[in-house]
Design a protein around this ligand. Structure first.
Ligand code: ZN
Length: 384
């Protein structure tokens, strides 16, 4: 439950950091760059993103890539029985391993994976004295399976080092808890609110333990003040993820932020324009994020972007439903990455094949820590 004490503080995030319990004393202050990981997700192929003649992501390709190292040859390994998909690819990115996950054990909800290996968030919060709201995951509204990514079940890491998550699901949990707390509802409205709240809790059994931090509760308080309870006024889809990210950067100052864009996946229903339009929306989001980062005092000159897809998509245009990705096909395993920011070379193109599992240990190296359980290599050749 959201508690009253969440409303008792009016502190800046720096002051909240200072108020952490003493268990953090052994940890170092984090002095490395901020890192923003953008999952160019929902499965995108190289062709519609980094191929100049076909790209629907002009900002990414023509404005961002020249500022960093573009790696056009990132691949997902062809695992025996592997599934090239969203949760799997995202956990490859976060753990630096293939198949570092297991079914989260839900019988009635499909496609729920939880990491069995530590994620970047856990490595980060174990290594440095960083509060949970500054290791932040931004998720889409209809992918509750990704609510499981804030921490894994690896014995040494886990919940103590979890990140926090912002999603519409989380907002609704906050909203209904507050509505029930505020009272004043007639009996029918109260029952409806209770039912809605219970359904949210049931869909997300791990995520509320422990409750979200006071700074995140305060974030939702402001969001609700601005957008109200109807759900009709806030942006939707991947534009919502951009809005949540920009607001979080301004208010919560995350040092490690991952944004899980997803809307290109609407192409599963067969309409190619859903796919290309969604790529353009992510591209607009990237432009807004980079512009904010370039001008904000906290982030300017001290922030590394890492952009990488969860998976690609099939290239066979002759089948009835093109643009799928579940079958381990070559173009579903062919993705890319961009690393951009201080200390990173500008305008370089890395001309070798790189595994998706190299992303996590490379981010860890950029942040001055080690992803001890990662299997991928730390990428060389990024330095300016
Ligand atoms: Zn999909």
């Amino acid at each position: 439950m959201v508690s009253r004490r969440a409303f008792n503080f009016g502190l800046a995030s720096a002051a909240a950091t200072a108020a952490l319990p003493n268990s953090a004393l052994a940890q170092a202050q984090y002095r490395g760059p901020n890192v923003i990981v953008v999952r160019f997700g929902g499965g995108v192929r190289r062709r519609e993103t980094i191929d100049a003649s076909e790209s629907y992501a002009p900002y990414f390709l023509h404005r961002m890539a020249p500022r960093g190292v573009l790696i056009p040859g990132v691949v997902i390994d062809q695992m025996e029985g592997g599934n090239t998909s969203h949760a799997e690819g995202t956990l490859n990115i976060l753990t630096g391993r293939y198949e570092g996950y297991r079914d989260a054990g839900s019988k009635f909800l499909d496609d729920r994976l939880e990491p069995t290996e530590p994620t970047l968030f856990e490595y980060f919060r174990e290594a440095f004295d960083v509060p949970s709201h500054q290791a932040l995951l931004i998720n889409g509204e209809d992918r509750q399976q990704e609510e499981f990514f804030t921490y894994g079940v690896h014995g040494h890491y886990g919940i103590d080092y979890r990140s926090e998550m912002l999603s519409l699901h989380r907002f609704k949990l906050y909203k209904f808890a507050r509505i029930l707390e505020e009272g004043g509802l007639d009996e029918q409205a109260r029952l409806q609110a209770e039912q809605a709240y219970q359904e949210l809790l049931n869909a997300d059994r791990r995520a509320i333990q422990p409750e979200q931090s006071a700074p995140v509760t305060r974030f939702w308080e402001g969001w609700r003040r601005d957008y109200g309870d109807t759900g009709f006024k806030n942006p939707r889809g991947d534009r919502l993820l951009t809005a949540l990210s920009l607001r979080a950067m301004a208010e919560l100052r995350p040092r490690l932020l991952m944004i899980n864009y997803q809307d290109p996946d609407y192409v599963h229903w067969g309409n190619a324009s859903h796919y290309t339009r969604a790529i353009a929306v992510i591209d607009e989001g990237l432009e807004r994020l980079v512009r904010f980062t370039d001008t904000d005092e906290f982030y300017a000159g001290n922030t590394v972007f890492v952009v990488v897809p969860d998976c690609g998509r099939d290239a066979n245009g002759l089948i009835d439903l093109p643009f799928q990705h579940h079958f381990n096909t070559r173009s579903a395993r062919e993705i890319f990455a961009l690393v951009m920011g201080p200390g990173i070379a500008r305008g370089r193109v890395m001309d070798r094949a790189v595994d998706q599992t190299a992303i996590a240990p490379t981010i860890a190296a950029i942040m001055g820590m080690k992803a001890a359980r990662a299997e991928g290599d730390v990428l060389s050749g990024l330095g300016a």
